[in-house]
Design a protein around this ligand. Structure first.
Ligand SMILES: Nc1ncnc2c1ncn2[C@@H]1O[C@H](COP(=O)(O)OP(=O)(O)OP(=O)(O)O)[C@@H](O)[C@H]1O
Ligand SMILES: [Mg+2]
Length: 356
């Protein structure tokens, strides 16, 4: 594998404000990488610097090993799709898609051939003569995709391309974009603040916050080994417990600040008294029998019946915990019920620090 894109210590300031803070990131050829983060975390700014529409305050950007920091946008061989990247309303679908080739002075016959092939790829072969207003939102976005890819760019950038679509269409388009991206083998950097979208589409997800990378990893690794409580809560949901290790009575445990003593079925990784943050996913907590040696006692406070899954809020001492169970057809637990809970030691994750 070789590196298609590299940000090397890239910082972008607007006055005193640091929008992108010493960003270093490599993207391999053909990879689908998503920048995921809440509003204002620096995703679009990073993309705009890569596309060449904005210059970094410091640091360098490389494409195919070449420093492009000072290279203008039209010389970077990058295709772009935005959320509201409006198609030209007075032009047909075919004219919209062929526009970048016209700008590159390609012959009419070559353009029409390429447009035809490109519309086939996004499954809009029959729509060439329509105008944008005669298309659904998803179809318009596919036209925008065909237009971004028609000059066969080395890199495709997409900034919230599905933001304006409703949920069903969004999910359909996620599959479609992934299919097109894989067929073309095109290196893609995608921006979203939807964690499910990021997880389901990407080879690698870059979790950003305050212009910095919190963690960059494949989706399963982010979920199973979040580096900190922020990532754990951003990707899926997580019980985050602050507390410290304890070894009284010869048994290793984690005592949360809220007073719950959680048995650790593994040797203590750090000296007793060390402050840690523990993370446990709600679906990794299971109901168990009263004499399970590693069980904790809790009281059910709320029950949310969701069909496939049942969500419980329980209280162990003063410690609130969320528990998610698959609906197995048995009656759900009820409010006020005393329950016993346990988990696999591997699902009890310890990260540094006290603060969240
Ligand atoms: N031209 C500008 N001048 C001043 N501040 C800016 C400018 N462009 C962006 N910012 C600020 O930089 C930060 C990062 O903006 P950016 O657009 O990269 O966020 P984002 O992660 O794309 O957010 P969103 O999900 O809302 O699109 C924000 O706080 C924003 O207000
Ligand atoms: Mg943005």
């Amino acid at each position: 594998m070789s590196t298609a894109v590299e940000f090397r210590n890239v910082t972008k300031r607007f006055g005193d404000f640091v929008a992108v803070d010493d960003l270093s990131l490599s993207v391999e050829k053909g990879q689908f990488v998503t920048l995921l983060g809440s509003s204002g975390s620096g995703k679009s700014t990073s993309l705009m610097m890569l596309a060449g529409f904005m210059a970094p305050t410091s640091g360098s950007i490389f494409i195919d090993g070449e420093d492009v920091t000072g290279v203008p946008p039209d010389r970077r061989n990058i295709g772009l799709v935005y959320q509201n990247y409006a198609l030209f309303p007075h032009m047909t679908v075919a004219a919209n898609v062929g526009f970048p080739l016209k700008m590159r002075h390609m012959s009419k016959s070559d353009i029409s051939e390429r447009v035809r092939a490109s519309l086939e790829k996004v499954r809009l072969g029959a729509f060439a003569d329509r105008f944008p207003a005669q298309l659904s939102g998803g179809q318009q976005q596919r036209v925008a995709l065909a237009r971004a890819m028609i000059f066969e760019p080395a890199i495709l950038l997409m900034d919230e391309p599905l933001g304006a679509l409703d949920k069903n269409l969004r999910e359909e388009m996620q599959v479609e974009i992934k299919r097109i991206q894989q067929d073309a083998g095109i290196t893609t950097i995608y921006v979203t603040h939807d964690q499910e979208e990021a997880m389901s589409m990407s080879d690698n997800v870059v979790v950003m916050s305050g212009g910095k990378i919190e963690q960059a990893a494949p989706p399963a690794e982010l979920y199973e080994q979040p580096r900190n409580a922020f990532v754990a809560q951003f990707i899926g949901s997580a019980n985050v417990l602050l507390g410290k290790f304890n070894t009284t009575d010869g048994q290793a445990s984690f005592v949360s600040d809220a007073g719950a003593s959680l048995p650790l079925a593994v040797p203590l990784p750090d000296p007793s008294g060390t402050r840690k943050t523990a993370i446990i996913r709600p679906e990794r907590i299971r109901f168990t029998v009263a004499n399970d040696p590693n069980a904790i006692k809790a009281v059910v406070e709320t029950v949310l019946f969701g069909g496939t899954m049942i969500r419980y809020a329980v209280r162990a001492g003063e410690q609130r915990l969320d528990v998610v169970a698959v609906n197995d057809g048995n009656p759900p637990r009820h409010t006020g019920e005393l329950v016993h809970l346990a988990w696999d030691p591997k699902d009890f994750l310890l990260v540094d620090g006290g603060g969240v």
